[in-house]
Ligand binder design. Sequence first.
Ligand code: SF4
Length: 369
Amino acid sequence: MTPSIYVHIPFCAGKCPYCSFPVVIGQEQREEDYLCALEREAAQAAPHMKMPVQSVYVGGGTPSLLSHDGIKRLSAMILRHFLVDKCESTMELNPESVTPDKAALLRSNGFTRMSFGVQSFHAKYLAYLGRQHTPEDGFRVFKVLRAAGFDNINVDLMFGFPGQTKHELDEDIDAVLSLGSEHVSLYALSVEPRSVFCVRGEKISDDMQGEFYSRVCERLNQAGVLQYEVSNFARSGFESVHNLNYWQGGEYLGLGMGAHSHVAGERFWNADIFPKYLDMIRDRAVAVVGREKLSAPRKMMEVFLFGLRMNAGVDMDVLERRFGCGLESDKVNELENLIEAGFLIEDEARVRVTDKGRLVLDEISARLI
Ligand code: SF4
């Protein structure tokens, strides 16, 4: 399997209260320091990744806050250190920080795919989420990206806001479909540990979430934006190469503050505190603060659970050949119970999650891990 590269850009204009990602607020003037650190980290790590990579993903944070010079430097750094010819190359954007010039610059600097966080087309829910953009920005930026030549665009859509009605959900789905994006990533609002919502004890009812989730799946599928993973939908041929690599247990190198990697059977992760990351890179050119090596059965189970997230399911024969072992006997029993209860289905050697199972995938994973 060829590896992927992830680059984390931690800058954000403000902290959204539902967010638990490693970010820094109001530090954009440190862009130069951060890009120097990324360059140093990439130079140190790149010799271990000499094969062509299948995807690059620049996430955050808000990568679209980078200056024009910053985007050029980042792009040159990736090209200098990694074999990225013709690979899928994605950047995450927030609508308020995208201009026609910036979109054109991203296109001319090798990015092939844009992913932007619309979340909702209702101003009251954008305000609740602490987003800095308006519903109109979502429509505007989509046109700007198309005009810049991007023919592979993902839109993030969120649902499950307190008080959200089915009619409002349908309006958001209508708006997404009217854009005609190639890919949609769907998120149920949740209270994440380390988020502001968590700190202030926000309660989010999940009574409607299953029904709303089913509604979005049904409508996107009917419109030809087909579900291929529990939270991801694409027009045929536009499935995310980068995310498929994660879900298939492939290798990836993460660069930047808080980035995680999976290389040569080992997982490791970087410091997720901005000054600590910069100091460690300055002193040693690495910022790794934790490592773990999984046993073959544990790794197999992890890839199996990731595989259940995908509509294609898991080919058990392929999995067993890849890891040289089968599922442990207590897991096989649990699997049979889940199949009998209608949460999973087995046809020939493939195991897939059913529609009923998809609604409780976290519980299924907890029973199998
Ligand atoms: S949700 Fe996105 S924009 Fe908001 S704080 Fe988190 S990373 Fe930044």
